[in-house]
Design a protein around this ligand. Structure first.
Ligand code: HEM
Ligand SMILES: *[C@@H]1O[C@H](CO)[C@@H](O)[C@H](O)[C@H]1NC(C)=O
Length: 189
């Protein structure tokens, strides 16, 4: 005790009070940090709200498909987990795999996946007969609604290809030949 006073100039009571405070501060501050071993572990409580669709795998990078037909788009409806989830608006194909809570199997907008859904979005319709690209009889306000959807999708999702009419393209090898064929076909209509 005499030595404490000798070395620190503090009374024993003061010395132990300061010691206690220092231990307390040390413990409080260390509790704010994570030990290096724990740092790379996932958090115990997931912050994701869509726990039902919680998937430990990250969404794969979008793959460009180029020009495909509607039947070729069909399988990209979320039923095959190895394939991205795609949907088309005005012929442009978007990869919506990041929004499994909207488009994954059993989710509210799954009926649009693997399909051209311009008409349904324009009419705000879930009817299977409206899930297609037919815009012929739509009026201006309906087309404006569709355009709003298109802008939303362009901002939110990567574009991975274009829909082309069936059977017109065999392989994407001879681009000029294909364009000639398209022109010929259009001439016939
Ligand atoms: C009963 C009325 C409806 C309600 C309450 C509703 C509600 C919602 C909500 C809360 C969202 C999430 C919005 C966001 O977080 O960005 C959403 C998204 C969406 N809704 Fe609806 N909705 C309704 C009707 C419709 C209809 C009629 C359609 C089209 C036919 C539609 C198509 C969509 C689509 C495609 C998305 C996803 C957009 C995206 O990928 O970000 N909804 N809806
Ligand atoms: C998704 O596509 C596959 C292959 O085209 C088909 O067998 C399946 O029935 C479709 N699922 C839904 C929910 O439409």
């Amino acid at each position: 005790m005499d030595q404490i006073t000798f070395y620190t100039g503090l009374s024993p009571t003061e010395f132990f009070t300061i010691l206690t405070i220092m231990v307390f501060v040390y413990r409080t501050v260390s509790a704010m940090f994570v030990s290096p071993e724990d740092y790379n572990k996932p958090p115990v409580v997931s912050l994701k709200t869509n726990i039902r669709f919680d998937d430990p795998k990250p969404t794969p990078e979008p793959v460009q498909l180029g020009q495909i037909t509607e039947p070729e788009l069909r399988p990209y409806n979320g039923s095959d987990p190895s394939k991205p989830i795609l949907m088309a608006i005005k012929g442009q194909i978007y990869d919506v795999s990041t929004a499994r809570n909207f488009y994954g199997p059993g989710s509210p907008y799954a009926m649009f996946t693997g399909k051209e859904c311009s008409r349904a979005l324009a009419l705000l319709s879930f009817k299977p007969e409206d899930i297609n690209g037919n815009l012929e009889d739509l009026d201006e306000p309906e087309l404006a609604v569709l355009e709003d959807w298109e802008y939303k999708f362009m901002e939110k999702y990567p574009k991975v290809g274009q829909l082309v009419p069936e059977k017109r393209i065999q392989q994407n090898e001879h681009k000029e030949e294909i364009e000639d064929n398209l022109n010929l076909d259009e001439g016939k209509d």
